[in-house]
Ligand binder design. Sequence first.
Ligand SMILES: [Zn+2]
Length: 274
Amino acid sequence: MQLVALAGQGLRIDVNHKVSVLVIWTLLGHFSAAVLPGQATPVPETKPLFDLNSIGFIEGVDVPSAKPKLEEIVPTPEPQQTTPERVPCIIPNVTFMELKPISGAMREGQLDDLACGISDPVRIESVSTIKHKVEFSVPVTISCEFAKVVAVWLQEDVVPMAVDSLGTSVSVLQSGPGYQCRRRNNLPDGKLSEHALGNALDISHFKFGNGTIISVEDDWGKRTKESNFLDRIHASACKRFTTVLGPEADPNHKSHIHLDAGCHGQDCTYIICQ
Ligand SMILES: [Zn+2]
């Protein structure tokens, strides 16, 4: 497009450049006529010289810029936030359900500790072998990976040792809830507990098929078959978990055995067995 202005006449024409040539040519004729001697002063034009809408484009010369078709206007897709596909948790012979990822903990409507959480939590109800079933006194919420370790320990160590030591299997395991958003030993400034990551479990009692109950607090170190059972499962746990803390570890564990899969040492191979 081109803008042609005629000074002194107040005339402005905004047209296609080809049209403007035509306009200039017409105006020159008009203008030259206006300067002939002896003629009256020309009256300034006050309206457009052409009805611009009536001027057609000359095929092959004036090609109007095509209106983009609707289908050509493809909006740029927004970058989508993709959450990585969660790998299904598979734990043979365990009754459990997968839970939504847990992050932080709500206490009185406030997020308590952002460091807490489990990306792949499961809630376990029971662990079975071919002949026996061990139920948890309360459903335990832990990570899928930690649940696999707990399940294998119960299936391959605890149940056979119970049958061997007491002639019957463990039917109920009395434990804590597993996941707890808290610091170690409940100290407000302590290091984050493995419980806060779904990597730990506390066990306080074992109930057997014949009704016998073994208490970690009451039976530990008594030199009985019950305490012998506790010694055996404690020792076996040290081969499965990276942290095993029993009543001999410290007063905080006098009533239960703490098991976790936390990382100790630079390459996570150090084991705490107390
Ligand atoms: Zn614990």
